[in-house]
Design a protein around this ligand. Structure first.
Ligand SMILES: C[S@@+](CC[C@H](N)C(=O)[O-])C[C@H]1O[C@@H](n2cnc3c(N)ncnc32)[C@H](O)[C@@H]1O
Length: 190
């Protein structure tokens, strides 16, 4: 059932073709189901770069979706530039697969919005761990857990799971709890 919602094919390695202009790569919904399994306390989720709702629909089905927005009208959720939104998001969690070109800004912006003790979960490349800039981010805001997908989950350019049917990229859920200052734990899912 989970896998049947969308055809189980996904992202190219993003290098054989030009990148989609707004970084639209839809996430295979299984990523959402897996996250809810390992982080059942997630609630009142804001999917702040929802695309066509591949993750948001999973959260909605579980009764955990607070709101869904995207820069572009993709016929799911409201239209809004997340990075220009200046309001806090009280009593809720922020979860998305962000546009990769501004992923770090999304993480920092999301952490500025949620309450202490609430979640920010981002579906990002495992490679997001690299670079000195990221080291600063992870030192200031250590994720509580990083869930690496051991069998690759796909993300499809323009939501076209038929054309983009293999993935050379490893992704992970990076889970922050605002205020957490401990060590980061790495776990493997699926
Ligand atoms: C990698 S796609 C992921 C879509 C969706 N979260 C999913 O997992 O299927 C990133 C999305 O971010 C949207 N986006 C890009 N810049 C944005 C911004 N500043 N504010 C909100 N959404 C943005 C794009 O339009 C695109 O739909």
């Amino acid at each position: 059932m989970k896998e049947s919602i969308f055809i189980n094919i996904g992202a190219s390695n993003h290098s054989k073709n030009e990148r989609q202009s707004e970084d639209y790569y839809a996430t295979e919904p299984i990523a959402g189901y897996l996250l809810l399994e390992v982080e059942p306390e997630l609630n009142n989720i804001w999917e702040c770069a929802c695309g066509e709702g591949h993750l948001a629909r999973v959260f909605d089905e579980a009764g955990k979706l607070g709101k869904a927005t995207d820069l572009i009208d993709r016929r799911y959720g409201a239209v809004e530039d997340f990075l220009l939104n200046t309001e806090p998001y009280p009593n809720g969690d922020i979860v998305t697969n962000p546009p990769y070109c501004v992923a770090q800004q999304f993480v920092e912006h999301a952490l500025s919005k949620v309450d202490e003790g609430r979640y920010v979960c981002m579906f990002l490349k495992v490679l997001f761990l690299e670079t000195q800039k990221r080291q600063k981010l992870f030192t200031q805001y250590p994720p509580k857990v990083i869930y690496i997908s051991s069998s690759r989950i796909n993300c499809a350019k323009n939501g076209d799971f038929k054309t983009y049917n293999s993935s050379a990229i490893a992704y992970a859920w990076y889970v922050w709890i605002k205020g957490y200052k401990g060590e980061t734990v790495v776990r493997w899912i699926n």
